[in-house]
Design a protein around this ligand. Structure first.
Ligand code: SAH
Length: 423
């Protein structure tokens, strides 16, 4: 099984290459010595992660060829819209949407207008990025956390939660299985702020995975030191998932608690990480108590100013064992509006549908993908641990094989293909 389509290198420019997918071209970053024009590769997040033999590539491409063009047709048909209706917004978006207009869109409450917004964002996604969709696997390797954030179920003061920690060996074996048996090309390793995993241990995990797997590795381990992020990059990690949670510093200081965890440090760290050359995935929680539409607009603008490579915006879901247990559950339309406005403000963004959206609404992933998003996560944490990684309650999910099957069915029904989105 395969969650990425291989492409053929058709041009090399120093550290960059152009990869062809059935006639569509993407610019990517290359770290492989001796890469040649004509080689076949897998790219993820705009980085070449694996070379594959021509024989193997041709077999896979043959299987994909017909489906690839069929999927494009399905995507175009779904993305069709009455060109006159939201034409103005669409053309404004392509020239750069004004903040006031974006705020007006975030405040829409009329169902027809919201639907038009979602369709416009989907149309823009289809126009600019075609039907590419990246699929990342996420391994939640520890639910220990030294932080005590008001929104999060694994906060250290939740003494009722049974804690777990996967060993270095367990993580490496699961990553190996996920990449080399299940076919994942991008993995996110996530945990609470668990200092049991020292920089040395994280480096060991990364190095051992990179030795065995052609994979884009994202680390999501919170506010570690600058040195830790430098060391993880040297070891071979190329992505970081670190949300700023909210762009409103006052709101942040009211909800986020932990050592080395203030707003300023988090933003400085994100900038440092970007400078190191990582792909960064960042964003905010949607529906926090006290959050306004202006905050949400500023969240999108902050992600943009941090030059996020991926936008990770998802609903806040109240957890019963937190101070926010009684908070109101956010309306899914607010989440979809944020995704759509993020797409309009950043037409070429990689926009993620989070697993929390799936928990908020069983149809959340499909609706997210139809509102401008083009990237998905599949949870591959072993079932015995998945339920304990209770950042929010009732986490959606099944065994990984079922999750993969459901995800691929969903993507095919929407006409999306796992070609890399490029840089
Ligand atoms: N320690 C890591 C990973 C934290 S968990 C870090 O700080 O980056 C990953 C994400 O889960 C958080 O960034 C937060 O946005 C999200 N999360 C936490 N509690 C949540 C809740 N109740 N509802 C939805 N998402 C939540």
């Amino acid at each position: 099984m395969c969650y990425a389509i291989p492409g053929r290198v058709i041009e090399l420019n120093g550290k960059f290459a152009v990869v062809d997918y059935f006639g569509e071209h993407r610019n990517v970053f290359n770290e492989f010595e001796g890469l040649k024009v004509g080689d076949y590769v897998y790219a993820q997040g705009g980085i070449i992660v694996q070379k594959i033999s021509e024989d193997d590539a041709l077999i896979i491409l043959k299987e994909w060829k017909q489906l690839f063009f069929e999927l494009k047709e399905v995507d175009s048909a779904i993305s069709v819209m009455d060109e006159n209706t939201f034409d103005k917004i669409l053309s404004n978006a392509e020239q750069g949407l004004e903040n006031e207009e974006a705020l007006r869109l975030l405040k829409l409450s009329n169902k027809n207008e919201m639907d038009l917004l979602f369709k416009t964002a989907n149309k823009l996604r289809q126009k600019r990025l075609k039907n590419s969709c990246c699929i990342h696997g996420i391994i939640e390797f520890s639910n220990y956390c030294r932080n005590n954030c008001f929104y999060c179920g694994i906060r250290c003061e939740n003494k009722q939660l049974q804690r777990y920690r996967m060993t270095v060996e367990e993580i490496v074996v699961l990553a190996d299985y996920s990449v080399n048996k299940l076919g994942f090309k991008a993995l996110v390793l996530q945990s609470g702020e668990d200092m049991w995993y020292t920089t040395e241990k994280l480096v060991e995990i990364i190095k051992r995975i990179k030795e065995k797997c052609g994979v884009l590795l994202f680390m999501s381990v919170g506010t570690r030191s600058f040195e830790c992020y430098t060391a993880m990059h040297e070891a071979g990690a190329r992505g970081v998932l670190l949300r700023f949670e909210t762009s409103n510093p006052k709101l942040y200081e009211k909800i986020h608690f932990g050592p080395k965890s203030d707003f300023k440090y988090r933003i400085a760290l994100l900038k440092h990480i970007k400078k190191l050359g990582y792909i960064i995935a960042t964003g905010a929680l949607i529906g926090l108590p006290g959050q306004t539409e202006t905050d949400l607009l500023n969240d999108i603008l902050l992600a943009k100013s941090l030059e996020a490579d991926m936008y990770s915006f998802g609903p806040f879901i109240p957890h019963p064992k937190t101070p926010f247990s009684g908070a109101e559950i956010v309306d899914i339309n607010i989440v979809l509006k944020v995704l759509s406005v993020a797409r309009l403000l950043n037409p070429d963004a990689k926009l993620l549908v989070t697993t929390a959206l799936e928990t908020l609404d069983v149809d959340g992933r499909r609706l997210g993908l139809l509102s401008g998003a083009n990237s998905l996560m599949i949870n591959i944490t072993p079932l015995e641990y998945k339920n304990l990684y209770e950042i929010y309650p009732n986490r959606a999910g099944s065994d990984v094989e079922t999750a993969v099957k459901n995800t691929l069915n969903l993507l095919y029904s929407l006409g999306r293909a796992p070609t890399d989105l490029g840089l």
